[in-house]
Structure formats: structure tokens, C-alpha cells
Design a protein around this ligand. Sequence first.
Ligand SMILES: [Zn+2]
Length: 206
Amino acid sequence: MAFQLEALDKLINELTRLPGIGEKTAQRLALHILKTGQEYSRAIRDALEDVENNVRHCSQCYSYTDRTDLCRYCEDPGRDDSLICVVEEAPDVIRVESIGSFKGRYHVLQGAISPLEGVSPEDLRIQELIDRVDRGQRGEGPEIKEVMLVLDADLEGDTTALYLAKLLHPKGVRLTRIAHGVPFGSDIDYIDQRTLGRALQNRVEL
Ligand SMILES: [Zn+2]
């Protein structure tokens, strides 16, 4: 159902492109923005512009950063360069950080391999991870001794772990994955900090 008001329908249309937002919710949000007034509309517009201008991917780990090149975790001199925690999405970095005990580096794949959804290894930052390992082995960067996978315990996470194992094992890098206390099918978003902390400690060799 369209309002037949070009500007309003356009806003609703854009909002429905957001994940999890259906037509009805989009209408409600659009009307709310309209009702709240100009100040709020401007604040949203400014926030969007700000994100677009100032937030980018870190050139090393592919998490987000508002710095020039590297994110705060890649720049931090107090971290262990030989250990990389591989996660699917940028918010997973914040989850692992919240445990407070991990002091290695990160690598964000920006998804997981999913043949069903048409996500192949080339769509992810897998080659960039392998390049990081290779650079270390050639002495052109820090040597990476362990790659620790903090992937969701579902089909996509398993497929990605297997794929990475195939690439990393021949390079002699220790490959581990969190396992203990993480039930199958669970998204790491929903695991509490203590369980995730225990899972990191009790990681298993792949
Ligand atoms: Zn980074």
C-alpha cells in the first residue's frame, strides 16, 4: 500500500531495504520520522553522512575504523602479533574484546561460506588472511603462529572452518576453534561473556 506521496513512498521504499524491515514497519518508521520533525530528520541524515565519510574498513583486519588506516586493535603495540582471532563479522570483535582476556590480533572475514546463500570464499576476506600468514612466513610481517576461529557453530561456520583448515594446515600454522560450551547452531552473538571466555580458553585443535 503506497501513500501516493512520492517523497514519503520513497523513504518507505528505502527503509524496506534494511534487513528485517518489512513494509509495515517501514511505514511506521517513516511516519515516526515525519512526525518527530525536522531536527530528528537532520540528525539521521548527519549521522548517515558521518558514517559514510568517517568509517571504513581497517586495511589489515577488515573490522571498522574511524582512523586513517588501521583500527585500534591493529595499532595497539601491546598485542600479540603471533595470534589471530578470526571472526565472521565486525561486531564479533567487540564480543571477544568484552571478555577482556584476548590480547592477540583480529581478522574479520565479513561473513561465512554459504553455498545456499551464494556466498563463496572469494566473497570473503579469506585471501587477505592467507596473505597475512604468508607475509609473516616470508619475514615481511609479524610471524603468525596460531589462527583461532571464533565462528558461529552452524553449517556456514563449519564449512568456513574446514575451508580455512585446508588452506592453513599445509603452512604449518596452529589452527584452533572455540568449542567447549558452544552448542551447535548457536550464533556467537547469543553466548554470554563467561561462556565465550571459557570457549576461548578451551579451544580445540583443527
Ligand atoms: Zn584492524
